[in-house]
Design a protein around this ligand. Sequence first.
Ligand SMILES: C[S@@+](CC[C@H](N)C(=O)[O-])C[C@H]1O[C@@H](n2cnc3c(N)ncnc32)[C@H](O)[C@@H]1O
Length: 427
Amino acid sequence: MVFNVCTIFPTLFENLFSKGVLSKGVERGLISVKAVDIREFAEDKYKKTDDYQYGGGVGLVMKVEPIYKALSSIAERGKVILLDPAGERFTQRVAERLTGCTALTFICGRYEGVDERVRMLADETVSVGDFILTGGEFAAMVIIDAVARLLPGVLGDSESLLEESFCSGLEHPHYTRPAEFMGLKVPNVLIEGKHAEIKRWRQLEALKRTVGYRAELFPAEKLEDADDDIKRALYLATRSVKGRRLKVAAVLMHYPMHDKQGDVVCSSITNMDLHDISRTAATFGVERFFVTTPLASQTAIAERVIDHWLKGRGAEYNSNRSAAFAKTELCSSLGEALLKTEEIWGEPPLIAATSAKEVGNISCKVLGDIAEKRPVIILFGTGWGFHPSVLDAADFVLEPVSGVGEFNHLSVRSAAALIFERMTRIY
Ligand SMILES: C[S@@+](CC[C@H](N)C(=O)[O-])C[C@H]1O[C@@H](n2cnc3c(N)ncnc32)[C@H](O)[C@@H]1O
């Protein structure tokens, strides 16, 4: 494979493959690096490849024309990659994908980076990590090294490529002579030379190491090979932690709702919603769960249910349920719920409506981030959805809870549980 590098420092690449395993790849004609000096394509007599930024600000920017001409001078460009901190993160998977190219051509930025129009000249933009280098040359070297060693015939033993870190978790530890160094001994199993036992030891050590350092890379399909200690360690490293406490209240609205025909109606309060959303709200630390209806008859029924569990026979029978209902409150309107929420935190809440339709403008995660600092009230609807005036009054409409396929018809109880969980989750 040919690696072309457009750079203002071509000499950095002079000895890149002169040593080490990759030099064999060069000798065998499998890889080569060609540095193209961008400066040679600068148009003015000072060979300027950079200039001041439009709009002002410190730092110079690399000009687009010399880069365009440098690229045009390369006959076999293959895939053109701009090196940039904002690019796709370079990983072993990306390296594997790039081995499918006949040639790779890198554009190396310097200073504040390249003129934005250089992006149009590249097929891909790649970053080697969340840090800032002084120039793209170092990023190009990293990518060239990682891709070149994967090419057939470059490394002597291609078997070793299959057992490396990032193929399937991290690799097991290695030892060489001496058998003891400053009291640190090589594990006996490796010295005894029983192949099956060595294989088993290496498998387990690789899993332990993966759990210990990079639990997110643990290959789930290997879990059955793991002993109880590894399973427990993996569980502790990856389990869901308790959520964050937010300034959140919720309202279950029964008016103004649409019915199936699209008429504006007042829907009925259901016992299931009262119980389940009260329990969910208490579980996720929702400060107050308001149930609104303008109808006195509906209020009376709901009051009876709540009183039964707070003060009546239910409170004795199941005190846990009375704890769940402790923060449930009946209101005649959304306006009343908003005023009561303002009283709790001393400032008016931001209003987030919910909808099963794709009309959202905020995710649960971001609304959760906001609710760490500012009070938020979430509006849940009943019937066939809110009258548009409710959505108009909202500051945000939450993303719908999406499943995995076309069918999406959650009860308001289930949607509320998922939304509270997604908002309070620590991502
Ligand atoms: C000093 S950096 C410019 C950083 C730029 N001002 C920013 O804040 O994103 C100069 C050049 O180094 C290269 N570079 C820096 N960090 C990189 C990274 N993490 N991955 C790939 N290239 C990088 C890019 O080519 C970039 O144009």
